[in-house]
Design a protein around this ligand. Structure first.
Ligand SMILES: NC(=O)c1ccc[n+]([C@@H]2O[C@H](COP(=O)([O-])OP(=O)(O)OC[C@H]3O[C@@H](n4cnc5c(N)ncnc54)[C@H](OP(=O)(O)O)[C@@H]3O)[C@@H](O)[C@H]2O)c1
Length: 382
């Protein structure tokens, strides 16, 4: 395994981190983790040198933390950094902060968490942080030894806001979404470099875009990968693209099968910073261009269309609708919309006021109707 240095303590962190958000499940039910297989996968990864594991309060309907606690019995706890996250979305009062942390330590069945993140920082959720004195409370918890390092995971809309958050506190680390298709989304490459320039190491999430870069390859993409001389799996290319940034501390992958654990260990044991050649960068750039050409609706996320009268996140939903086609990932998009997106597209009243403001003249009400039909019903199992 390759390692990078955590600047605050000089400790070594494995370049591959185990994300416990997409563990193997039983009966297709994400709240029913296949415990035997998940424990086997996590311990195999640790035995192979992985020393960073990431979970959160709500992963697998609250079962991920419990599973991780079980996986780390028998001497495994001492070998890893455990990352867990304070769910900002559930905070109503300052008292919720210690209460949730206690609950998480109980679920994990361990006395402390190494890396504690504010979960899902974005423009709205960040407002609670000063209001409820969240960081003051976390500093106390750090002094008491219940958490070792304080960070945040970011899903805000802009790089500018990410920079504001970076500058707002002496963070020990942060976590951002990054892959070769999302170079300018949320924090983006610019945010990665900004954080590093301020001495804040960066943990990467969604390096394979939640599996969309590897699941079903549209024909032009498959053709492109087949035609190039350097033979690597799509996952291999995507991980190497991230490992190339020296600013990256560790790359989290939510591995769902044992074979993925084996492959990702292999890849990130052999991927160095600044190792990709100009030709290799150009190959990845061409794949990204080929994906972008498959985009059905040319939304530029200028946001002229919002606020929507019923509160729909129009650019966010169009982006998901586009992703369903670009990555042939309708099922994954459907899961996201049903579980995380509010209001859902069927809330659209077709008032079409947004369409009058859209510089791209997109038929937004029709896209919402199409999205409702495509994504709001769970897939019937046959
Ligand atoms: N803080 C936050 O707000 C936040 C948000 C997102 C994620 N995270 C954390 O970051 C971690 C990583 O994000 P992610 O799970 O989205 O990572 P990811 O690596 O982008 O996606 C994981 C998915 O990629 C596929 N995959 C993994 N290895 C593969 C391989 N070798 N070959 C082919 N496909 C492969 C699998 O999809 P299939 O199951 O379809 O095969 C797997 O479920 C999460 O697990 C979680 O711990 C945090």
């Amino acid at each position: 395994m390759n390692y990078r240095i955590f600047p605050k303590t000089g400790e070594k962190v494995s370049l591959l981190g185990f994300g416990c958000m997409r563990l193997p499940v039983l009966d297709g039910d994400h709240t029913k983790i296949d415990e035997v297989e998940a424990v086997r996968m996590i311990r195999y990864a640790i035995d192979a040198g992985v020393n960073y594991v990431d979970t959160a309060y709500m992963y697998h309907g609250g079962k991920s933390e419990v599973l991780l606690g079980k996986a780390l019995k028998d001497g495994y706890r001492e070998k890893v950094f455990v990352a867990d996250k304070l769910p900002l979305m559930f905070l109503k009062t300052s008292e919720d902060v210690p209460r949730l942390l206690e609950e998480q330590l109980t679920r994990l069945d361990m006395p402390h968490i190494d890396m504690y993140l504010l979960h899902d920082v974005r423009e709205k959720s960040w407002e609670k942080v000063p209001k409820l004195k969240v960081l003051d409370i976390l500093k106390e918890k750090r002094a008491q030894g219940l958490i070792r390092h304080i960070g945040f995971s970011y899903h805000g809309e802009t790089t500018a806001f990410f920079k504001e958050v970076i500058d707002a506190f002496p963070w020990d680390f942060c976590q951002i979404q990054l892959n070769y298709m999302d170079t300018a989304l949320q924090a983006g490459v610019e945010g990665l470099r900004y954080a590093a320039s301020k001495g804040v190491p960066v943990v990467i999430m969604e390096p394979l875009k939640g599996g969309k870069l590897t699941d079903v390859l549209p024909e032009p993409i498959q053709r492109y990968w087949n035609d190039i001389d350097v033979k690597r799996s799509p996952a291999d290319w995507a991980f190497r693209w991230i490992a190339d940034f020296p600013e990256v501390l560790t790359v989290l992958s939510g591995m769902s099968t044992f074979a993925q654990v084996e492959e990702n260990i292999q890849i990130l044991s052999n991927a160095d910073a600044n190792a990709l050649t100009k030709e290799e960068h150009s190959i990845i750039g061409k794949v990204a261009d080929a994906y972008n050409k498959l985009t059905p609706y040319a939304c530029t996320a200028c946001k002229y269309c919002i606020p929507c009268l019923v509160g729909i996140d129009i650019p966010g939903l169009i982006s998901l609708r586009n992703e369903a086609t670009i990555f042939e990932s309708a099922e994954k998009v459907s899961f996201s919309i049903r579980n995380f997106v509010r209001p859902v597209p069927s809330t659209c009243t077709a008032c079409r006021q947004c369409e009058e403001k859209c510089p791209q003249h997109l038929p937004i009400a029709d896209i919402m109707a199409e999205s409702a039909a495509m994504f709001e019903q769970p897939k019937q199992s046959s």
